[in-house]
Design a binder for this molecule. Structure first.
Ligand code: GRF
Length: 199
């Protein structure tokens, strides 16, 4: 049976689209659901375009009731991927999905993580601090922003002429290149030794 992936995303959705496409004809897994907390999120249009079911949830659904968890259970979701989802993930769901909730962060954690550190805020800070490199981090999700165990990182060099915008483009390429493959590898590892919880 193909593993069933749900993607939580509330932004542009370029990662969500890339992951959906990657697993379309993949015998291992498929993306069956996109969950967003933003009614106008572009990711919802992308999901529709790709014939992938999408639902919008509220804070109430996620934190103060079991609605979100029930949606995941009803869809028999095995893996949860966060791709541009900015809310803290609730313990109720994490407890049901140990080592099965994965996030991508557009920086080399533990640097440039935490509340308020997302998107261009990160790339601007990286330029202001004259960093020589930045990158992406794929990590397990826990109840704190960007603090779960790191699974994978890829680096990009920063040159003197780089701007926050050009860094964003480099990060975007790294995300497109690595995120689906890292998810696939995690699922494969977990299939062969489930006790490891995939990592
Ligand atoms: C990505 O940069 C990802 O690293 C971060 O949020 C952004 C989402 O971009 N967590 P998109 O919505 O997938 O285009």
């Amino acid at each position: 049976m193909r593993k069933r992936i749900a993607i939580f995303a509330s932004g542009k959705g370029s990662n969500a689209e890339n992951i959906i496409k990657y697993f379309k004809n993949n015998s291992l897994a498929e993306v069956v659901l996109v969950i967003s907390n933003a009614l106008n999120a572009n990711v919802l249009l992308r999901a529709k375009h790709l014939d992938t079911q999408a639902v919008v949830i509220t804070k109430e659904d996620l934190y103060h009731s079991e609605t979100a968890l029930q949606i995941l259970k009803k869809e028999k979701i095995d893996w949860i991927i966060l791709a541009g989802f900015l809310w803290i993930f609730p313990k109720t769901i994490l407890d049901q999905y140990p080592n099965k909730v994965i996030n991508i962060h557009p920086a080399l954690l533990p640097k440039y993580g935490g509340k308020g550190m997302y998107g261009m805020y990160i790339h601007k800070a990286v330029v202001e601090n004259r960093e020589k490199e930045t990158g992406i981090t794929i990590h397990y999700v826990n109840e704190k922003y960007d603090e779960g165990k790191i699974i994978f990182q890829a680096k990009a060099e920063i040159s003197a002429t780089d701007t926050p915008e050009s860094i964003a483009a480099k990060i975007h390429l790294l995300e497109q290149q690595h995120f689906p493959k890292v998810i696939e590898k995690l699922i494969i590892t977990n299939e062969s030794s489930p006790s490891l919880g995939g990592g």
